[in-house]
Design a protein around this ligand. Structure first.
Ligand code: DLZ
Length: 161
């Protein structure tokens, strides 16, 4: 988990399948939108860069990361997508709230994945400080949205192989 050593925007482009014809859902939490919107934008650009058509990318917003569970479930059930990317950013505050949101959201998205219908990609940043979020949303450590998009494409190809 040594993300300090890993740039989230660095990947082997030759190992990414062609995304043409693939359909993606992106659920974006509006809490900490400075970070989540930057991740969503990077995800969209990466999907398009690898051949996805903009019209095949469905974007929907939810209020906070905890609602990513419902948002992603809705996408799986209703949006006819091949993969869903759930994007949120939780930043630690003064109370244990952070832990409950991170744990609940992670468990909810994991449960959705175990349905085995549509792969759900985990784009939830869990940061101790705003600086850590900054670094992972286009800063020194790249952009988590790029990593999620590449993962989503690979997971769709996994299903189709
Ligand atoms: C309430 C809350 C707090 C304190 N912090 C965050 C956060 O850092 N990131 C985030 O995405 N959402 C946060 N929320 C909102 C919860 O995710 C959720 O929207 C509310 O608890 C309502 O269910």
């Amino acid at each position: 988990m040594a993300s300090a050593l890993h740039n989230l925007s660095s990947y082997d482009a030759t190992a990414v399948p062609d995304a043409m014809g693939m359909r993606f859902g992106i659920v974006v939490a509006d809490w900490n939108d400075k970070y989540t919107y930057a991740m969503a934008e990077a995800a969209v650009q990466t999907l398009i860069h690898h051949g996805a058509d903009e019209s095949d990318i469905v974007i929907k917003h939810v209020p906070g990361s905890f609602e990513l569970i419902y948002g992603a479930t809705w996408m799986v059930d209703n949006a006819e997508v091949d993969a869903v990317i759930a994007i949120g950013c939780v930043i630690r505050g003064d109370t244990p709230h952070f832990d409950y949101i991170c744990q609940g959201t992670t468990q909810g998205l994991a449960d959705l994945n175990t349905r085995g219908e549509v792969p759900v990609v985990y784009g939830l940043l869990t940061c101790n400080t705003p600086q850590q979020a900054e670094e992972r949303c286009g800063g020194r450590l790249g952009n988590k949205g790029t990593e999620c998009a590449v993962t989503a494409i690979k997971m769709v190809a996994y299903k189709e192989d």
